[in-house]
Write a protein that binds this ligand. Sequence first.
Ligand SMILES: NC(=O)c1ccc[n+]([C@@H]2O[C@H](COP(=O)([O-])OP(=O)(O)OC[C@H]3O[C@@H](n4cnc5c(N)ncnc54)[C@H](OP(=O)(O)O)[C@@H]3O)[C@@H](O)[C@H]2O)c1
Length: 274
Amino acid sequence: MKTVTLNNGITMPQLGFGVWQVDESEAGPAVEKALEVGYRSIDTAAIYKNERGVGQALKNTHIPREELFITTKVWNGDQGFDETLRAFDASLEKLGLDYLDLYLIHWPTPEYDTYIETYKALEKLYHDGRVRAIGVCNFDSVHVERILEECEVTPALNQVECHPYLAQHELKEFCKTSDIYVEAWSPLMQGGDVLEHHVIQSLARKHSKTPAQVILRWHLQRDTIAIPKSVTPARIEENFNVFDFELTTQDMQKIDSIDRNERQGPHPSEMNAR
Ligand SMILES: NC(=O)c1ccc[n+]([C@@H]2O[C@H](COP(=O)([O-])OP(=O)(O)OC[C@H]3O[C@@H](n4cnc5c(N)ncnc54)[C@H](OP(=O)(O)O)[C@@H]3O)[C@@H](O)[C@H]2O)c1
């Protein structure tokens, strides 16, 4: 498994397993399958309502805790300093863990303007040794800039929607100069059209790989962390089987060229649901 080193020196698998839209009852078996094929990083969130299912798989595994990398997120309605500390305890209890590897703010929800105090709670958890790294999701550069100005700990990463139709070139460049990794959510565009795009299809034929594997390889080679989701055992395995081939510079450029700035999810500045 290829790992990346975050800005506080800890390592994280570059390919992880996401569990959004996975029922509590399905989450355990899906995570067990993922661990069996080699994933060590699992991405969940309080709002996914499956932390207990994920926790069950973590309890059943014989993989040592220190080899796992577990991420969850504070939901928008739990933002605020004290609220976040309580949300963290609740997530940890559901996951059956005594520390987390990564805790993230799920959305900036700019209308409520509470992400600074929320981030300060993450900093407390980090300083108290309850989480090994902290970061954000869906933060535009303007939101990240405020964190950098008003808080102490630079976010380890920014988890944002990213796939070949939303390559996030600018945000990636901004994050790189601030020493913040970009982690791609919906790295396969939720299994959407991009898998059918002729560039992706032809590269899949060229490398004798599937379209999903080509896209995941693109993420890895552009130094992005990716967390594909699947509840289909064969796809869970397929998505992990991306370390035995390499895209050329020209292949990478071809994929870069199909960017359309097209989102599946809401724009970070407009998402204020709680
Ligand atoms: N921070 C945030 O705001 C945020 C938002 C969204 C997602 N996320 C995280 O990012 C993770 C991944 O994003 P996502 O779940 O939205 O989308 P995704 O990983 O891009 O795509 C998942 C969809 O693609 C299908 N799929 C998976 N592998 C495939 C393959 N090899 N070939 C064809 N189809 C395939 C899956 O179907 P099956 O499951 O039926 O196989 C599922 O419908 C989430 O699970 C979550 O952990 C975070």
